[in-house]
Design a protein around this ligand. Sequence first.
Ligand SMILES: [Zn+2]
Length: 509
Amino acid sequence: MFSTITSAAILGMEVVFVRVEVDIARGLPGFMLVGYLSSEVKEAGERVRVALKNAGITLPPMRITVNLSPANIRKEGTAFDLPIAVGILKALGCIPENSTEGVLAAGELGLDGSVNPIRGVLLLVKKAKEEGLERCLIPAENYGEGRLIEGVEVIGVRGLAETIDYLKDGKKTVFSGREARDKEEPDREMPDFSEIKGQTAAKRAAEIAAAGFHNLLLIGSPGSGKTMIAKRIPGILPPMTEEESLEVSSVYSLAGRFRDKDAFMKQRPFMDPHHTITAQALMGGGKTVRPGLLSLAHKGILFLDELPEFKTDIINMLRQPLEEKKIHIVRLGGNYVFPADCMFVGAMNPCPCGYYPDMARCSCTLQKVKRYQGHISGPVMDRIDLCAGVARVTAEQLLQENREESSSCIRKRVIRAREMQEERYKDESYLFNALMPQPDLKKYCYLGKKEENLMDKAFRTLQLSARSYFRILKTARTIADLDGCGRVKGMHIEEALEYRMGGEKYWEI
Ligand SMILES: [Zn+2]
């Protein structure tokens, strides 16, 4: 007695079909599982046997062999429980031979015969559709998520008994359907820039960063509003495209953190890990490899508050993914790639007490200030295009009746500037100014004689490194785009220079 059924393994963000083969033969009774399995998959045998028993199916005293093929792919997680159980039912003749044709099955079993939720259902159903399968048999709890993909019939099952009924008599479960859900993620209340009084320079820096996809550092004393500004940046970024929304939703599905089970994610993520975060939580990994917070910030913002408090090796780890926009995790079972295309926003105090350069309040020695700032210099500063000082708002400013500009106004300008970039870079591999490689600067940041002189002067007087020279030009390009200007002009360069060090006054190094 032999049977097969289709399931799938997830490697990073990639889905590979796995054929579950079951053979039941005479011989010494036993249950054997083979096919390059992790320990959770090896334990599936016991879970499946007890779950079947509690669903009313007692296994005959025969030799059961289950093979998960292809054998060169490591299988992890508990999602193979359900296909293994269904394969056994089929081999025993409890369900018809053709009942699993064109079906992809995945789900974890509880000992009582219940089917428990799994991670990454969105990816599985998407793959099933791409490969032309007709139906997906998944846990009922993942039903809303699976049904977001159009064109595949999704069957959500709560337990093995229900699964048998469905496969045997075609009895529809409560959770089955073909048409995709059209429900939009409910609008969550987003903080708005109009709530922040003053802070013109920092707001402008946030706008430029959002428009050109630049990394941003906010520097200022405690309570000056750095976090408030950072939290409002997702609200001025353009809405996600459908493709972006699917990508982000897939990462969340894989991490088991899908926000609204009935809708694709529409709002850009904002991730603000605490400085005690571990490398694994940030970058991803674990026994069963999962995406980390950096990937959960994909297409949104990764915000590191109190940047110098983070361990140096954590900060250094960010270098490569910030550049490549993806994370590679190398494991015995294979190489995993997770997306990490996010905007980096950091915030820091200028010194340990937070009040430098206000010498009346700062209690730190100059040496201490230097050491504190030196912690983030070099590798990270090399990747930051804009640095903005956030000054404490005075009582006068707070009392002013000025209407502050709303996020939606700023967002309109950001969208316009982004459209200009998309048009300009339509034949390139990148879309935004911040991602422009150095050799292309001549082509897209053409400078006239006057502008070139200005840059030369800045280069000499400010003793710029080659890297920061190019960063300033790229930022100037974004400022020109916000201005609707095809050419980078002197005033754009001058403004970009202002954000080089966020007002030199904070820096001791
Ligand atoms: Zn201080």
